[in-house]
Design a protein around this ligand. Structure first.
Ligand code: GLA
Length: 708
């Protein structure tokens, strides 16, 4: 069992949990949401990682909670001056029976009891399935008497009695999106808007299904006019949420009509879905502002399909994008971690900043994102977001995010609730799928905070059982002042031997310098293949003696080399697998939802018994241990997508791209791909979206095989 020498870091358990996803997946335009499947609580697999926590008990700064929207004189002026915050049942219940009066009241109670109301959450919103399929004889909408035995007005009164507001849903078509066929408002706009206002509704989500081809601007304008007229009569302004999934570029026109507009298809409770939606919403920053928000869909935080670390990324991204924060989990069953994420007031303050700017992308390279948001007080919120499946160094600078030149800056970590100072570098080694969120300001009191330090980890994090991995850690002082009495530790599971082979202590680290430490990490003989947690921690002091710590949780993977000869990829265990929709499938195409729901791999009319079925964006990584010479496959878009789908295939040997297919569509026949992978410790099979979004991107690695 030899040592593994590659310089690649791979973290554990990266296969996406097979959480339930909406039946229609990556297709932003398909309307049928159906009585969709329940979000299952898939086990959180990636390590929950945290960066930079200091031992001192600095008080959590209460940086502004959401200002309550006060009804203004003109019906729609002054509405949603900051992104709406609240709850919507859809992501947690879909159409299931648990969506009912008890749930809505329960959420309102929890908003008050758990401090979420104080944190700014205000709207309790009802989604589809609240009504009966038939209108009453008078043409009015009828609440489902089983779900809402006392009607909607009674629920609205209850929600209002808690000092909260209530929202409702319908579609700008003849029926809503659910297959049960609930009535939509097309042709009934005036009467429905008036009915909502009479009930005391404060917020309307207006969907896009069954729209009969009527022009979107016209449909959404008609309801806007109806809401306005109802508001003038009843004195009740209604926030107008436009939900046409970004189909008609609503960012270009919906600001005149409503306060927010969906920019994408539906989110689901998976890393791939959240990531793809964030990427579609980020470029739209310039269209957002007070009273006019891009809406990348509701939160999935707490629903079980992502890890808490991934949910912190989701919440950080939505906040820095000034997105509406509509909780989409059943708070009656939520964990303390979920409350900790949704209730983080410092992150909420980024979202709710009164300047109303959506954060913009400062840089994005190889899945390492820097996003910055200008804040009303002149500070910048800065997200260092790691899209990849291993820890990555992500860096920018104070002037790079638009701050004026200064001797040093205050750097506040909004998840760790700790202050540091920096000479200008804003940098962190961010765990796989993690986000470090800072608020950075030019602050004359910078010297009262300890210097910031980046704790990094590099070198191999793979070993065979009984083997030894060599790892290097580094602590870099980012402050204007030195870090004193520095000591670094690396810890792993019981039974593992960990030894520093170079100094792990330093008396003083001046600005910009680093303490690099080499480690040998030896896995116990016979340990099972899989991921194991490694934690690197550092203690240090500021020149004034203030103590600080930094911590990075990472992973080491125990691997098994493939056998000699030629093996199909689908017969070998992978190290990690990421997929845009549903899990990666062995020997079938990807079915987009649960594991095993694909079809025979088919390219250009030929079916293949062996291979991998994936959905862009996808990355499947194998351990080859330097023992394989060749990878071969027939690649293309699976025939099951008809004429849709555009993808590109790439093969990476360690950090080098060794083969690529170019962009392929369903018009292309199967393309033979051969890659020389001699000496590589890992091989990564990547499928990108071909540059046009991930809709219908079913990629097949047919006959994929390693020769070792
Ligand atoms: C559409 C919307 C979702 C949800 C469902 C309800 O899919 O985009 O957010 O409201 O309809 O059927």
């Amino acid at each position: 069992m030899g040592a593994v020498s590659a310089g690649l870091l791979v973290t554990v358990g990266l296969a996406l949990p097979a959480a339930a996803q909406p039946a229609r997946s990556g297709e932003a335009t398909a309307p049928a949401a159906g009585a969709a499947s329940a979000p299952t609580s898939a086990p959180a697999s990636a390590p929950a990682s945290a960066l930079a926590t200091a031992p001192t008990s600095a008080p959590t700064a209460a940086l502004a909670s959401a200002p309550a929207a006060t009804p203004a004189a003109a019906p729609d002026e002054g509405l949603a001056l900051t992104p709406p915050m609240g709850f919507n049942n859809w992501n947690s219940t879909h159409c299931r029976a648990e969506f009912n009066e008890a749930m809505v009241k329960g959420i309102a109670d929890i908003f008050v009891a758990k401090g979420l109301k104080d944190a700014g959450y205000q709207y309790v919103n009802l989604d589809d399935c609240w009504a009966l399929p038939q209108r009453g004889a008078d043409g009015k909408l009828v609440p489902d008497p089983v779900r809402f035995p006392n009607g909607i007005k009674a629920v609205a009164d209850y929600v209002h009695s808690k000092g909260l507001k209530i929202g409702i849903y319908t579609s700008a078509g003849t029926k809503t999106c659910n297959s049960a066929g609930f009535p939509g408002a097309l042709g009934h706009e005036k009467s429905d808007a008036r009915q909502f206002a009479d009930w005391g509704i404060d917020y309307l989500k207006y969907d896009n299904c069954n729209n009969q081809g009527v022009d979107a601007r016209q449909r959404y304008r008609t309801m806007r006019d109806a809401l306005k007229a109802a508001a003038e009569t009843t004195g009740r302004p209604i926030v107008y949420s436009i939900c046409e999934w970004g189909e008609n570029k609503p960012w270009e026109w919906a600001g005149e009509l409503g306060q927010l507009w969906r920019t994408t298809g539906d989110i689901s409770d998976s890393w791939g879905s959240m990531l793809s939606i964030a990427k579609q919403n980020l470029p739209l920053a310039r269209y957002a502002g007070p009273g006019r928000w891009n809406d990348p869909d509701m939160l999935e935080v707490g629903n079980g399909g992502m890890t808490d670390s991934e949910y912190r990324s989701h919440f950080s991204l939505w906040s820095i994008m000034a997105a509406p924060l509509l909780i989409g989990t059943d708070l009656r069953k939520a964990t303390a971690e979920t409350y900790g994420i949704l209730g983080n007031r410092e992150v909420i303050a980024v979202d709710q900043d009164p300047l109303g700017k959506q954060g913009t992308v400062v840089s994005s390279e190889d899945g390492r994102w820097v996003i910055a948001k200008e804040m009303a007080d002149g500070s910048r919120a800065v997200a260092l977001f790691n899209e990849t499946d291993r820890p990555r160094h992500i860096a920018t600078s104070a002037t790079g995010v638009g701050l004026p030149g200064a001797t040093a800056y205050r750097l506040r970590d909004l998840w760790a609730h700790q202050d540091y100072h920096t000479a200008g570098a804003i940098a962190a080694t961010v765990p796989a799928h993690g986000t470090v969120l800072y608020r950075v300001s030019a602050d004359a009191r910078w010297a009262s905070y300890p210097p910031a330090a980046e704790l990094g980890l590099d070198g191999t994090a793979l070993t065979e059982a009984g083997g030894t991995a060599r790892i290097e850690t580094a602590l870099t002082d980012l402050g204007r002042t030195p870090a004193h009495q520095v000591s670094v530790r690396l810890t792993g599971p019981e039974g593992w031997r960990i030894k520093a082979t170079s100094p792990a202590r330093a008396a003083s680290l001046p600005t910009g310098s680093r303490l690099a430490t080499r480690w040998q990490v030896t896995a116990p003989a016979g340990v099972a293949p899989g991921g194991y947690e490694l934690t690197v921690s550092a203690d240090y002091r500021s020149p004034e003696g203030t103590g600080a710590t930094a911590q990075l949780v990472s992973a080491i993977h125990v691997v098994v080399a493939p056998p000699s000869g030629t093996s199909y990829a689908s017969d070998l265990p992978w190290l990690s697998a990421l997929n845009g929709w549903g899990p990666v499938e062995k020997d079938t195409s990807v079915g987009e939802n649960a594991a095993g729901d694909g079809h025979p791999l088919t390219l250009g009319g030929t079916t293949y018994a062996k291979g991998l079925g994936v959905h862009a964006p996808s990355e499947v990584t194998y351990y080859t241990g330097g023992r394989c010479s060749r990878f071969t496959a027939q690649v293309g878009v699976d025939d099951e997508k008809g004429t849709a789908g555009t993808v590109a295939f790439e093969v990476w040997a360690d950090e080098t791209k060794v083969a690529s297919s170019g962009t392929l569509t369903n018009a292309d026949p199967a393309t033979a791909l051969t890659a020389a992978i001699g000496g590589a410790d890992t091989v990564r099979l990547v499928v990108t979206d071909g540059g046009d979004g991930i809709t219908s991107d079913h990629g097949d690695w047919a006959d994929a095989a390693f020769t070792c």
